[in-house]
Design a protein around this ligand. Structure first.
Ligand SMILES: [Zn+2]
Ligand SMILES: [Zn+2]
Length: 354
């Protein structure tokens, strides 16, 4: 019988920065890539088969390696229901004369930016991970995406911050209605299902582009963040980025995936920002690639953002921190200015006032 994986997961007992000893050799892409098929000869297979049967089961049940945990978590997911998102956005009712956004789950944000419909890092299906053709091998959602692909409006612009599986999901990118433009991090557009897109452009940090869409023009600028771009470990040439989107004199900062970094102070010159969409989860043990909720607030403050839209939590189990810890920590961090916390739960919608 498999040991309960939860028992081997260390619960943080304080909100102190995580000790260096928890640093692992790669980043969150390990969640998907640490299980590698090995090629065995038939003889080796016969010799090692029996041992593997017993030893493999022991390894699987006892090992704290990411490979063993990955498999245990997939077993644990068998038969698990995915609860619906607590809120359901109604984008058909949104005004084209406002900035309205909804958190669909993980890093997926749907924005109506004065009539331009923007979608960030879409992950719309029940799993993310390696596309096997017959399905996806990777984590099952903890909560359903707030809108299905069929429930989304036609999209004008899709932003993809980097190629990690929890941000660049090829199935989701191939399901977007409306022949949108795509703006992506450098060296990632080879993964885009191109025929579904009117145009595709990659931006380097500090590059900007004016994107013309059926809904109007929007200016997109790529921003430096502190993260990592490889999708399968060795493709380290791939870029990773945050964004500024600007239209009608209004601006949103979209943090992508980032660790804590002072570079957000330099982003202030591209503001002022009505809101910053900031990742707040997956910091344990990936603290060198993902910020804590407190760091997310510090960075949004450094950039001069008025509202904070927390994302990258409550959606997939990619790390060790408890499900509700990131949102509780950011609520605590913003306790004296709670009106800056734009939303708390998947599916919530806000109209960003000027
Ligand atoms: Zn990432
Ligand atoms: Zn991520």
């Amino acid at each position: 019988m498999l040991r309960n994986p939860a028992a081997s997961i260390q619960r943080l007992t304080s909100y102190e920065p995580i000790d260096r000893r928890f640093r692992l050799p790669s980043d969150c892409t390990d969640v998907f890539t640490s299980v590698k098929p090995s090629i065995l000869t038939r003889r080796k297979f016969m010799i090692t088969g029996a041992a593997a049967g017993a030893g493999g089961a022991a390894w699987l049940s006892a090992s704290s390696s990411w490979g063993a945990r990955f498999i245990r978590q997939r077993f644990e997911e068998i038969g698990r229901d995915i609860p619906p998102a607590p809120h359901k956005p109604t984008p058909a009712a949104w005004s084209d004369n406002a900035v309205t956004l909804a958190w669909l789950g993980h890093a997926s944000i749907l924005i109506n930016f004065y009539g331009v419909r923007i979608l960030t890092d879409p992950t719309l299906y029940s799993r993310i991970g390696v596309d096997l053709g017959i399905g996806t091998l990777g984590p099952l959602r903890l909560v359903q995406c707030a809108l299905t692909p069929d429930e989304l409006p036609e999209i004008d612009l899709v932003l993809v911050s980097h190629a990690h599986f929890d941000h660049l999901d090829t199935a989701s990118l191939g399901s977007i209605r409306g022949l949108p433009a795509a703006v992506m991090a450098t060296e990632t557009s080879d993964l885009l299902p191109r025929r579904h897109y009117a145009s595709v452009r990659e931006l380097r940090w500090n590059e900007s582009a004016t994107v013309t869409t059926p809904g109007g023009e929007v200016v997109v600028r790529a921003l430096e963040v502190k993260h990592w771009g490889a999708r399968i470990r060795r493709d380290t040439w791939r870029g990773y980025t945050g964004w500024v989107v600007e239209r009608e004199g209004r601006r949103l900062l979209i943090g992508g995936d980032t660790a804590g970094t002072p570079v957000f102070k330099s982003h202030r010159s591209f503001g002022p920002f009505d809101a910053a969409v900031m990742p707040i989860g997956a910091y344990d043990p990936w603290i060198y690639n993902h910020c804590t909720p407190e760091q997310a607030v510090t960075m949004a403050d450094a950039a001069g953002a008025r509202l904070i839209v927390p994302v990258h939590h409550q959606s997939f189990r990619l790390s060790n921190e408890p499900f509700r810890e990131p949102i509780e920590r950011i609520q605590e961090a913003l306790a004296k200015e709670s009106d800056r916390l734009a939303l708390r739960e998947i599916g919530q919608t806000i109209v960003v006032r000027s």
